[in-house]
Design a protein around this ligand. Structure first.
Ligand SMILES: Nc1nc2c(c(=O)[nH]1)N[C@H]1C(S)=C(S)[C@@H](COP(=O)(O)O)O[C@H]1N2
Ligand SMILES: [Mo]
Length: 197
């Protein structure tokens, strides 16, 4: 009995350590969208990276799926205070999409079908910190969660994980996105409670 209690205690402590301040755990996967859910078929889906020089690199769905794929298990944290542990995704690392030559001193603005945007410093999306994910929990990503594909930046609040993403613009200067111009924090680190500003 003592051993079991100790085990439960250890497990609970571990989970608490993974819960940023002011967050609660949920097993559900709430849907949070400002506006309607765009219906995008894989055949019409495309993804662009626009460089500082204005040069575009583009992938069709098939080209994107032929890129190196990664499976990741991460915790996600919404600014509305729910957190979900051990979510499993498959997608393409932003290291692959942005390329080895990108100067990390700058920012990206993510664009989406439907018009949503969000801005992130390049150093927050390089070195294995961000993906464009197309699979959640072993299944094609559901439309309400951003399918065919969404950004996944798990170490920042989940509004940075743009659903229905279709491109990134690399910039020297920061340009606030949709929620960042509507009161949300420009950076959004859940461990620092960078919720609103
Ligand atoms: N394109 C788009 N992406 C979006 C949003 C949105 O309204 N449009 N909402 C953001 C917010 S505020 C959150 S919390 C998460 C919610 O993702 P979910 O609906 O899969 O839980 O998506 C983010 N990405
Ligand atoms: Mo959110």
């Amino acid at each position: 009995m003592a051993i079991i209690n100790k085990g439960f205690g250890a497990r609970r402590r571990q989970k608490d350590d993974r819960l940023p301040p002011g967050q609660y755990l949920t097993r559900d996967f709430p849907v949070l969208t400002a506006g309607p859910t765009p219906a995008i078929r894989q055949e019409q889906w495309g993804f662009d990276v626009k460089g500082r020089d204005g040069e575009l690199q583009s992938w069709t769905w098939d080209e994107f799926m032929a890129l190196p794929q990664e499976d990741v298990t991460v915790d996600i944290h919404c600014v509305t205070a729910w957190s979900k542990l051990d979510t499993t995704w498959r997608g393409v690392s932003l290291d692959v999409l942005l390329g080895d030559d990108v100067d990390p001193d700058g920012f990206i603005l993510a664009h989406c079908y439907g018009g949503y945007t969000t801005n992130v410093p390049l150093e927050d999306v390089l070195d294995g910190k961000a993906w464009v994910a197309h699979t959640y929990d072993g299944e094609p990503l559901a439309a309400e969660h951003g399918g065919p594909a969404r950004l996944l930046i798990p170490h920042l609040y989940f509004w940075k994980s743009a659903k229905w993403v279709n491109g990134l613009t690399i910039m020297d200067d920061d340009v606030p996105g949709f929620w960042e111009t509507n009161g949300y924090h420009n950076h959004g680190d859940p461990w620092k409670e960078e919720r609103y500003w």
